[in-house]
Design a protein around this ligand. Structure first.
Ligand code: AMP
Length: 156
């Protein structure tokens, strides 16, 4: 690498490409480590499930928990969360359809408890960046209590 660096233009290029490669490797190592740490550490919702973070819990079953969203976007805005962590609803459905049914049944129960079951409500699962998912522990947003309007904006 030193020899490459002392020869004129070609040497510089070689030296740069080696550095870039090393940088790529380093970056990949850092990302892999961050990924491992992220999967080892608890998400916010696991900390709520474990009562390490306070939440306004409205209903709980053996497999699910439902608590009010801290930043409500509807008169009723409750998050319904399986106690076992999956990143999103597709992963949950593939791995444990029974648990997904538990989440939906808990949402229906909460809708009854909140008095919105008859008038209607929405249950949405944001999945990925474009949908605005910020917590990567699958959760349904139960929204209701007034007319909710369209679900998404038309394309521009
Ligand atoms: P999402 O953006 O679909 O991943 O939804 C995450 C939701 O969690 C957002 O609507 C937040 O307002 C909500 N949230 C964040 N922190 C808390 C908290 N400590 N208690 C209750 N809800 C929270």
């Amino acid at each position: 690498m030193l020899n490459d660096a002392v020869s004129p233009s070609g040497g510089l290029t070689a030296s740069f490409s080696i550095s870039a490669e090393r940088l790529r490797c380093h970056r990949a190592r850092v990302l892999r480590r961050a990924d491992t740490l992220a999967s080892m550490s608890d998400t916010l919702f696991e900390r709520i499930i474990n009562r390490e973070v306070p939440a306004d819990i409205v209903h709980e079953t053996e497999t699910t928990i439902a608590f009010r969203d801290i930043n409500p976007r509807a008169t009723t805005h409750v998050l319904v969360v399986p106690k076992t962590r999956y990143r999103n609803v597709a992963e949950l459905a593939a791995a444990d359809p029974g648990l997904l049914a538990d989440v939906v049944n808990t949402a229906a129960k909460v809708a009854e408890l909140e008095g919105v079951a008859e008038a209607g409500y929405r249950l949405t699962f944001n999945t990925g960046e474009d949908a605005g998912q910020t917590v990567f522990h699958v959760h349904g947003h139960l929204l209701g209590g007034s007319s909710l309007g369209p679900e998404a904006r038309p394309p521009k």
